[in-house]
Design a protein around this ligand. Sequence first.
Ligand code: ADP
Ligand code: MG
Length: 672
Amino acid sequence: MPTIQKLPPGLVNKIAAGEVIERPASVVKELLENSIDAGANSVELTIEGGGMELIRLSDNGCGIEPEQIPLALASHATSKLRTADDLFDVHTLGFRGEALASIAEVSHLLLRSRTADSQAGCEVQVRGGVAEAPQPAGCPVGTTIEVRHLFFNTPVRRKFLRSAQTEANHIVEAFTRIALAFPNVHAKLLTGSRVTMELPPTDSWKQRIGAFFGGEIADSLMTVESQQDQVRLSGYVADPSVSRSNNRMQYLFLNGRFIRDRTLQHALSEAYRGLLMTGRFPVCFLKLDMPADMVDVNVHPTKMEVRFLEGGKLYSQLLQALRHQFLTTDLTARAKPNPGPLPAGLRDVQPSVALGMSPQPAAQNDARWQDHSDRMSSVAGRTGMLDLQPSVPSFRPFPTTGTLSINRNVSTGGLNSLPSIPSDLPTATAQPASHMELPPVATPWQPDLEPDAPPANDELATKQDFIQHGPHSAFGQPVSAGPGMTGIQIHNRYLVTQDDQGLVVVDQHALHERILYEQLRQRVENQNLESQRLLMPEPIDLTPAEAAAAIESRDILAKIGIEVEAFGGDTVLMTSYPAMLANMRPAEVLRQVLEPLMSGGQQPSAREVLDELLHMLACKAAIKAGDRLSADEITTLLEQRYHFQDTHHCPHGRPTALFFTRDQLDKMFKRT
Ligand code: ADP
Ligand code: MG
């Protein structure tokens, strides 16, 4: 018969530590929260070895009375709650009275503290939960807690830790969240003896956001303000031109506490629907303030998730506030971020093929697009690479060499100093000279419209023609496209063709994206991507976590032609850059490449990082839905699909084509 017995306090604490203290960053979070609760307006955090060797936090808060220190270190002892009712009216970040006991159980902890009205301080050492007698100590008013050898007695937990750098990244994130929530607090972070971040106190939230994430983010912020009953929503959302490939830049604070909330994240993406490309996430810094009894913060040991009394109302408040903001802002006009200096070295990149590729403004309401095109013209203008011609150039996705181009010259046909994939790529088409001006597809389906004519005209022409000439001629002459290959474009987005089995409908963007991706991959497999040494290395400001990831992953980055060096603070110096990316901002590319490196999980391999980059390139360079293609372009595109392994899906996994077999068609027409 199993016997039931009370667990010894040490084991209870270890179990609690398992919940609350997952990694060094959890210690940092708990200590910082305690300092804030103690009323500190200055905190200094020092870490060594990713926090695994040392975490030291000094604050100038109220301090702890000497006789209270053992209690502070005991489990279920807190100065922040008195009665059960208080649990539903929490005004402090902590209240469970568990953190210090948990940390002390699994580390060597030293606590030194002094209150304003005591002459001297007092210090206590605890090793694995065993405390020594308190000693008097000389120290300023406030509290210092030192945590060494974290998880020394819980080897399993230790095994789960990542590299010092990854743990440091998590710490930086914990520090960032608190420092963002409390801009009035002077916050300093040291790695060893090096000051990595110092944030002077400020009343301006935007200023603090800018201190962390740089001017580009800060400048893109739009104010959000809304008050409904007792709930106040305030802060900023970023212009849609500034988005991220994950939701880590969504900072949501509830009564000063950083939280993650699925419902609110959903409201956010709803509000941005149609403004962002798929797979992109909005950036926001939002504060929610409400009476403490309207939310239950005691549902999660680290209090990162909370339960709202009126979640539904909150959802609509956020959605409404953002929609109102977007409706009253001219996003297109706003989306003109400072393009930043073009790296001097890139001005010397010579194109291997002159390209004249330009989209139709199919995505006119896409602020990202606008942003890109503004940027291109401004970069080009400043570097004197072209004379800007007002005319909309013709759209030619494939250059003379017969290879698919990866460059997408946005604003004019003249910005031709963009490199392309060299012509040693396998190429399918024997069609020459598709680079020349080509006649539009000679079908009523494809009237000879101005390239920027609205798609509605297309449809009109189609219908009229259908009425006048009957169904057959509505299709016009199918484009003859090489042996056994015919195809027509419909609605400037789909290509309809046949294979020996039946009818095929192709998504032009998805297919082109897939083909470009495969070409790039082959190119990389055969030899390294060409990279360009910059004559003038380019300094790039990053967030602390990004800077750390960039330096730690220098070798992987070098494989894809990006070479960076530490440059002091959170700035890195880019000395070399992939030649084919000359039309994109190095800082933007670097940030995107760094994102998968910072995911905190297993370090991605060079191959995975490279793959991410290739996906990004292919997507940016591919023709879009809405781009009108010439007959030859249609042919080339359709032919290319036989030359690559998996052209049935775009790199995002969406299908590139739908197939209807003849049998299926026969069935649908009730012929069988
Ligand atoms: P909680 O924060 O949930 O109360 P902790 O274990 O984190 O539990 O802390 C226990 C107590 O120790 C706190 O309630 C507080 O009174 C005291 N304390 C902890 N850190 C500090 C600090 N930096 N300054 C002043 N008091 C502190
Ligand atoms: Mg606490």
